[in-house]
Design a protein around this ligand. Structure first.
Ligand SMILES: NC(=O)c1ccc[n+]([C@@H]2O[C@H](COP(=O)([O-])OP(=O)(O)OC[C@H]3O[C@@H](n4cnc5c(N)ncnc54)[C@H](OP(=O)(O)O)[C@@H]3O)[C@@H](O)[C@H]2O)c1
Length: 302
């Protein structure tokens, strides 16, 4: 007797994580991936009718206003998308009896300690993005305590250029490289993250509450970039430099919003609940970069 395929609805389907989740979850069920054009989360009154009209078993919400500087510049919109909309999504899933996985961030922490942060540590975000993401966690879990709030950090993957891609592209062009050396977290491959989410969906429907999901280890932006250059050099990419001058977070002038310095999260709860042991970020980064071609590292031309 064949069982019905799992129906999975993904919001933010054009985002970096949304695309990776869509690709991975197509292996386990019937996936519907919505972009902002399908459901604009700032239109709160559209949320319930759209979800009620769409058959699904599991809803994933990696959509959100994800740039700290944009959130600082548009605080009301950030509240709508990162707080009010997730609350509506959670309330709908609670009412309909569906699973809800919402994505949050290491930026809920103030970054004041260099040891890893656990789910039990108190949160104290330093910018509006972090504040809205934390508020979003609270309202989601108040509306639907069985929801899973997956906190992730420093994502990289094939669907959206991130720090290692940019460093390698600049090194190939011969630009002088700089990166912040006193801000740390855990770089995380969206491919690995999508595997963990798959396992949580298929094998662990009971897991709920805040849960940290990131690759093992910690890095500064400079260390993350240096590792990317080392791997790229090993791949024979035509780099014109392999050094990165360190910058201090306090001296950096390019951020509008404050950034928390140290936000590496512990994944002990994930391991304890599921047996998943995330691999080291360096190994994940090597796999990611080896999957790209030299052309794919070029800087985009305007
Ligand atoms: N990237 C990281 O390093 C990182 C680190 C920590 C936590 N996170 C969290 O992980 C999740 C996924 O991040 P990501 O990097 O994949 O983000 P992303 O690439 O910026 O994708 C976010 C998606 O949300 C969509 N969105 C924004 N406003 C919307 C609205 N009003 N209605 C509907 N959709 C809207 C965007 O749509 P458009 O394509 O139309 O703009 C975009 O596709 C987020 O919750 C983020 O806070 C990410």
């Amino acid at each position: 007797m064949s069982s019905k395929p799992l129906r999975i609805l993904i919001l933010g389907g054009r985002g970096g994580l949304g695309k990776a989740l869509t690709r991975r979850l197509e292996g386990i069920g019937e996936v519907t991936s919505w972009s902002r054009a399908d459901l604009d989360l700032s239109q709160l009154d559209l949320i319930a009718p759209k979800l009620e009209a769409q058959p699904f078993d599991v809803l994933l919400n990696p959509a959100g206003m994800t740039s700290p500087d944009v959130c600082e510049a548009q605080p009301e919109l950030a509240c709508l998308v990162n707080v009010d909309a997730p609350e509506r999504l959670a309330a709908c899933c609670q009412r309909l009896g569906r699973r809800f996985i919402h994505f949050s961030t290491d930026y809920v922490f103030d970054g004041s300690k260099t040891s890893t942060w656990s789910e039990d540590d108190s949160t104290d975000p330093v910018n509006h993005y972090g504040k809205t993401k934390r508020e979003g966690e609270l309202v989601v879990l108040a509306a639907f305590p069985q929801a899973l709030v997956a906190r992730v950090s420093w994502l990289f993957g094939p669907d959206k250029p991130s720090h290692p891609d940019q460093i390698i592209a600049k090194a190939m062009e011969g630009n002088a490289l700089t990166a912040i050396a006193d801000k740390t977290s855990a770089p995380t491959f969206t491919h690995d993250l999508s595997d963990w989410i798959t396992k949580l969906i298929v094998d662990h429907p009971e897991v709920c509450g805040p849960l940290h999901l990131c690759n093992e280890g910690t890095a500064s932006w400079q260390e993350w970039g240096l590792e990317a250059l080392k791997i790229a050099e090993g791949m024979g990419l035509p780099l014109q430099t392999n050094s990165i001058r360190p910058l201090k977070l306090a001296e950096s002038t390019f951020f509008k919003a404050a950034r928390p310095p140290h936000t590496t999260m512990s994944t002990s709860r994930l391991t304890q609940l599921t047996g998943i042991q995330p691999r080291a970020w360096q190994e994940a980064l090597r796999d990611y970069l080896h999957g790209k071609t030299a052309l794919a590292f070029s800087l985009p031309r305007s």
